[in-house]
Write a protein that binds this ligand. Structure first.
Ligand SMILES: [Zn+2]
Ligand SMILES: [Zn+2]
Length: 452
């Protein structure tokens, strides 16, 4: 190493980073080592000033150093450390691919709230045939997954084929890293891809089956309409534990989706017997049951339940939605918003677009008698998440992402229309309801695969 290189190295070693950078600019015709040391010093400094020096030096870098050398790799590292993720991304294809560079970029994605990119990069890594260091890699992935929330992973991988990838990932994971969430994640993935056999065999390996794991498996079986097996699993669980309302409601949702009146009644009764004190749970279960009746044409039974609920005043919880726009939180549920008229006008505009696209409002989702001036469409369009969506479009007609939190479960009509709105307006809509996260994509699909 030349004298300059030795000097820079000594300065860096003694934390005299600015001096090292200063020295760099005095060096005529720096070689590969000098460039590496310079970027390394800037990475350690990590400030805006260091970042602009990195950019300046990199843009004047002699061509011979641009490829197949350690220079771009350390410049990449400097971008990451200085917090310039987009420059790092641009440089990434040009650097020598080593495990650390993948790890650094994945870590940066996680830190910058872009966990989907972490998962994509992991795919890229497999494609590039980089042997992952399991521990580091999976910690980063688990991190990413917990940031995304289980359901959104299916979006980042696409709804189909996810199950296979999830199982592959699961099989490669060191046992000591597997947590309850991991099982839930992989069983969910199997569930969404209809991989029942695989789910069964994973379940059989789990020694400590928690309520959450049982519920996920019940969900998996119910989605495939394997109700007998789901009930057996619940019975098995209840043999050792007290009944779980969530587990039973999951099965009830399955029966609703299958329009199975008999099973729905049976589970509803079980919920009613076991949890007479859980008023909200009973209300939502009653609504599920009344939806089953409505969807099978048994209007009388359906409206009996609704009237009973109405009279009992059980439907007391008002539907509320919250949405953050430009960093401010808004709550929507009625006409009390100062820009209420604009919101309702937008909701109507959206409604007309929906009808143009063939949407038919579904009255079976209305849980109370209509008032005189109301129509099925006006009631459904007044659901709080619909107003929250409309409000987002009032504030920014070209918004590309909408995030909403709702206190109740999303109703079937809102679910259907939100898929259509995401498609018509080409805007991603994420709704976290009382039950799960729905990620509505621009292709008009929801991450829950219409199972909610
Ligand atoms: Zn609704
Ligand atoms: Zn959904």
């Amino acid at each position: 190493m030349g004298i300059y290189g030795a000097m820079m190295k000594a300065l860096i070693k003694n934390d005299m980073l600015n001096e090292a950078v200063h020295l760099f600019f005095q060096i005529p015709n720096p070689d590969e080592i000098i460039f590496v040391l310079f970027f390394h010093a800037c990475a350690r400094i990590g400030t805006e000033e260091a970042l602009s020096l990195v950019k300046k030096v990199l843009s004047n870098l002699p061509n011979s150093y641009r490829e197949k050398s350690n220079v771009p790799t350390t410049a990449f590292d400097a971008f990451i450390k200085c917090g310039d993720l987009s420059s790092a991304e641009k440089l990434f294809p040009k650097i020598k691919k080593i495990l650390t560079s993948y790890g650094n970029l994945m870590n940066a994605y996680n830190k910058n709230n872009q966990p989907e990119k972490t998962l994509d990069l992991h795919e890229q890594m497999k494609f590039d045939k980089i042997e992952p260091d399991y521990l580091i890699c999976y910690l980063l992935l688990v991190n990413a997954c917990s940031n995304i929330g289980i359901l959104s992973i299916f979006n980042s991988y696409g709804l189909n084929g996810m199950g296979i990838q999830a199982i592959e990932l699961f099989n490669q994971m060191p046992r000591e890293l597997i947590l309850e969430e991991t099982y839930v994640c992989v069983l969910n993935a199997c569930s969404h891809s209809g991989l029942i056999d695989q789910a069964r065999s994973i379940l059989s390996t789990i020694t400590n089956k928690t309520e959450k794991i049982y519920t996920t498996m019940v969900d998996c079986l119910s989605r495939s309409f394997l109700f007998d097996e789901a009930q057996k699993l619940i019975d098995h669980f209840e043999y050792y534990h007290s009944p779980s309302p969530t587990m039973l409601t999951t099965l009830l949702s399955g029966a609703r989706n299958r329009r199975d009146c008999h099973l729905s009644e049976k589970i509803f009764n079980r919920i009613q017997e076991n949890f007479p004190e859980l008023k909200n749970r009973l209300t939502s279960s009653s609504i599920l049951l009344s939806n089953v009746y409505a969807s099978t044409g048994d209007v009388e039974k359906s409206s009996n339940i609704k009237n009973k609920l109405y009279k009992l005043g059980l439907k007391k919880t008002i539907g509320l939605s919250w949405t953050a726009i430009n960093g401010r939180l808004f709550e929507t549920h009625d006409q009390s918003h100062p820009q209420s008229s604009e919101i309702y006008a937008e909701a109507e505009k959206i409604s007309n677009e929906l009808i143009e696209h063939g949407h038919q409002y579904d009255s079976s989702w209305i849980t109370r008698p209509l008032k005189q001036d109301e129509t099925v469409a006006s009631v459904l369009c007044g659901h709080s998440e619909r107003l929250a969506i409309a409000w987002n479009f009032v504030v920014n007609p070209n918004t590309k992402i909408i995030q909403i939190t709702k206190n109740l479960r999303v109703c079937g009509d809102c679910h259907q229309t939100t898929k259509l709105i995401a498609y018509i307006r080409q805007c991603e809509i994420i709704v976290r309801d009382a039950n799960r996260i729905h990620h509505f994509s621009k292709n008009g699909r929801c991450s829950c695969n219409d199972y909610f």
